[in-house]
Structures are given as C-alpha cells and as structure tokens.
Write a protein that binds this ligand. Structure first.
Ligand code: HEM
Length: 121
C-alpha cells in the first residue's frame, strides 16, 4: 500500500491540508507570510503536490517550489514551524510515525528552494 493510500487518498490528503493551513494561519509567526494570498488556490496546489509525491496520480500544476517562494523572505525558523505544523496535523489524524517521518523528510529535502538564501538581495 502506498503512502498515498495510507493517508486516505486524495480525500484524506485534502482533510490533512485543510487542518495544516488552519494551524499555519493561526500561528502569529507565520500568518503574515500568507497575507493577500489566494488561499483556495494554495490549498488545491498543496493537495495536488502531496498526492503526487506520496504515490497518487500526478496532477500538480503549480509553480516549482523555488519560483513559488522566491522573494518571500522565508526564514529557516519559519520553515521549521511549517514542517512542525504538518507533523502535528498528521499526528492528530493518527498517521503512523514512520509515515510522518517520510513526509517530513520529503519536505525537508526542499528546504533550500523555500528558505531565503542569506545572499539574496
Ligand atoms: C517544503 C515545504 C513547503 C512546500 C512543499 C510548499 C509548497 C507550496 C506550494 C505547492 C505552493 C503553491 C504554488 C503555486 O500555487 O504555484 C506554495 C505557495 C506558497 N507557500 Fe509554500 N511550501 C512550503 C513551505 C513554505 C513556508 C515555510 C512558507 C512560509 C513560511 C510558505 C509560504 C507560501 C506562500 C505565502 C505561498 C503562496 C504563493 C502565492 O500564491 O503567490 N511555504 N507552497
């Protein structure tokens, strides 16, 4: 069974993404990054991406992660908080520890594309 199936396929992943953004937007240290963002579009792209990377159908049509996050001045601390919220979501939904580790590792692999580099203007 793929991770996609264990997460409850697209419906389960959508539920997880909703819970995840509730946590992120409710975090005063993160909410500012999302001001003025089209949240419906973000939910849908984030769901498609997670479906795709966990072994479900490939349907992600958003920008690549470097382009989506460029110029947002995302700090390493903000990145870690976002990952922690996703771990909290998956824990609350009863996802197993090994699967949470796999999702966490998949996200952390993209750290350099998301976090602002110190030399960026
Ligand atoms: C590995 C971790 C992350 C992944 C996989 C991820 C994934 C995504 C995806 C798929 C999109 C949609 C792109 C599109 O619609 O074209 C997006 C947009 C966005 N992300 Fe992330 N993200 C991550 C970390 C973060 C962090 C740490 C922050 C801020 C603290 C953040 C803030 C945003 C914002 C503000 C947008 C909206 C961009 C826009 O609509 O113009 N992301 N992210």
């Amino acid at each position: 069974m793929s991770l996609y199936e264990r997460l409850g396929e697209t419906a389960g992943i959508r539920t997880a993404v909703d819970d995840f953004y509730r946590r992120v937007l409710g975090d005063p240290e993160l909410a500012g990054y999302f001001e003025g963002v089209d949240l419906a579009g973000l939910h849908s792209h984030q769901t498609d991406l997670l479906v795709q990377v966990t072994g479900g159908p490939a349907g992600y049509t958003g920008r690549d992660l470097a382009a989506a996050h460029q110029g947002r001045d995302i700090s390493p601390e903000a990145f870690d908080r976002v990952v922690a919220h996703l771990v909290a979501t998956l824990t609350a939904l009863g996802v197993g520890e090994a699967d949470i580790g796999a999702v966490g590792a998949a996200l952390t692999a993209h750290r350099d594309e998301v976090v602002a580099s110190e030399t960026a203007a």
